[in-house]
Design a protein around this ligand. Structure first.
Ligand SMILES: *Cc1c(COP(=O)(O)O)cnc(C)c1O
Length: 449
């Protein structure tokens, strides 16, 4: 059985089920698998041409085989991955992997849907509902609310900052109802996150079984390795190495790519694309890590992260140690990191120019997050002369950014079924001041403790 250790190494290793239900380790470190199961060349070759649910089952069974019966995992993969995962050819040997066709139109669906399924299986039947509590700046909240909607024994509460979430993003959450409660906070994303953290640390709420679904939960990471294996299995010829370019904020998506590499996908290089929140690219250059506080506001808003919560895992994977405050206590193997990862920072100006040039030169429709990656990939090709297979990741549907795209390209993207029909529907939400006392009362009143 694979066990999960804490990156701070002051807490005992646990099973996947426990890592999933607790989220963060008690010593405030992040859980990492003690061993990463590997695919042989033959295993990888046998995946070629398989469907997404089949590949998800093949990858996840390596982590879950001791804790879930195979037929249960098969059902969860089939139920979670009911939407297309397009691999679009653009030019030469460059492709776009579109992770934007899920029910809430961002790549967060891949992890949230699988995590919800696994949670449904692992949640101890205590007769009390488990409460998934999460703060969102947009995409996570809708993906999590949608994924856990209607799962028996589970209730969901999502806090969002009133002024930082678009109308569409809000409606994606507030039109669900059922076991989902949405709380609109008169504050910023950081305030929402602080309220949630305080609730987790509050002994007076000890009677409520709370779990988090934020990006540090290992349950969100494992499903994010799957689409790299899928893209490889569909495009690569004869085990050729591939370069992926990943638009990064909290580095959860990147960790998925790194896991896929450790599992045996022959990755030549991972181009790591950030917006102006460039603390990681600066770290590669200067070997000094400094958080950016407050984070810089960019049009690729889901990547406005000044201290990526999953970077501690990347450091750990390369033999270093970053503690929960963001201090690097042990230097990782920087030479190996530089061999594997190629960081690039893309400004809003360049992001906008890239949306225009991708459309005019290749008929390729991108939104800001995918455009940051595409810009970084093209810089990588220009600087390294890379001519092999390369795949850039698109993480949100362009229709989530109608104003920006309308301004740059002169038309509005076609609205996918996931985002249409939200306008007329009834919304349910609770409005709340940024006040912990009020929040605690709300939790007690709803979930009783
Ligand atoms: C969350 C998000 C990202 C950043 O992913 P991380 O795993 O946090 O690096 C990029 N694009 C979109 C659209 C997102 O929602």
């Amino acid at each position: 059985m694979i066990r999960y250790y804490s990156t701070n190494r002051q807490a005992p290793p646990v099973s996947l089920g426990e890592a999933l239900l607790t989220g963060q380790a008690p010593d405030r470190g992040l859980y990492m698998p003690e061993t990463i199961p590997a695919f042989s060349r033959t295993d990888l070759a046998s995946l070629s041409g398989k469907t997404y649910p089949e590949i998800a089952e093949a990858v996840l069974s390596r982590f879950l085989e001791d804790c879930l019966p195979p037929e249960t995992l098969r059902r969860l993969c089939r139920d979670a991955y009911t939407y297309p995962v397009p691999l679009e050819h653009v030019t030469d040997r460059s492709y776009i992997l579109r992770l934007d066709r899920g029910p809430t139109a961002s790549f967060k669906d891949f992890a949230a849907r699988m995590m919800a399924g696994i949670f449904g299986e692992f949640n101890p039947q205590t007769g009390r509902d488990r409460v998934i509590l999460t703060a969102t700046s947009g995409d996570t909240g809708s993906a999590v609310a949608n994924a856990f909607f209607g799962i028996p024994g589970i209730r969901v509460m999502v806090l969002f900052p009133e002024k930082e979430v678009s109308d569409t993003q809000r409606r994606q959450m507030t039109t669900l109802g059922g076991n989902v409660t949405i709380v609109c906070v008169d504050g910023q994303f950081d305030d929402c996150q602080a309220l949630v953290k305080q609730a987790f640390a509050d002994p007076e709420l000890g009677g409520i079984p709370l779990s988090s679904a934020n990006s540090i939960n290992i349950g969100r990471l494992l499903p994010q390795a799957v689409y790299y294996v899928y893209a490889y299995a569909h495009l690569a010829e004869k085990m050729e190495p591939v370069t992926f370019c990943v638009p990064s904020g909290n580095f959860g998506n990147m960790m998925g790519a790194l896991l896929a590499g450790r599992m045996g996908v022959p990755i030549r290089r991972l181009a790591v694309a950030t917006n102006a929140n460039d603390e990681v690219p600066v770290y590669f250059r200067t070997e000094e890590y400094h958080k950016i506080v407050p984070s810089r506001v960019c049009i690729s808003n889901a990547m406005n992260v000044g201290h990526p919560s999953n970077f501690a895992r990347v450091i750990d994977l390369y033999g270093g140690w970053m503690d929960e405050t963001g201090r690097i206590r042990k230097t990782p193997d920087l030479a190996a990191m530089r061999r594997d990862l190629w960081p690039a920072t893309v400004s809003d100006d360049e992001t906008r120019r890239t949306i225009q040039s991708a459309w005019h030169e290749h008929g390729l429709l991108l939104e800001p997050h995918g455009a940051v990656a595409w810009a970084a990939l093209n810089r990588y090709i220009a600087e390294t002369g890379e001519s092999g297979l390369r795949i850039s990741v698109e993480t949100a549907h362009p229709a989530k950014f109608p104003e920006e795209i309308g301004m740059l390209l002169g038309f509005a993207p076609e609205i996918p079924p996931a985002l249409s029909g939200l306008d007329g529907r009834e919304e349910w939400m609770i409005s709340m001041a940024d006040d912990y006392g009020t929040f605690r009362n709300l939790l007690r009143e709803r979930y009783g403790a």
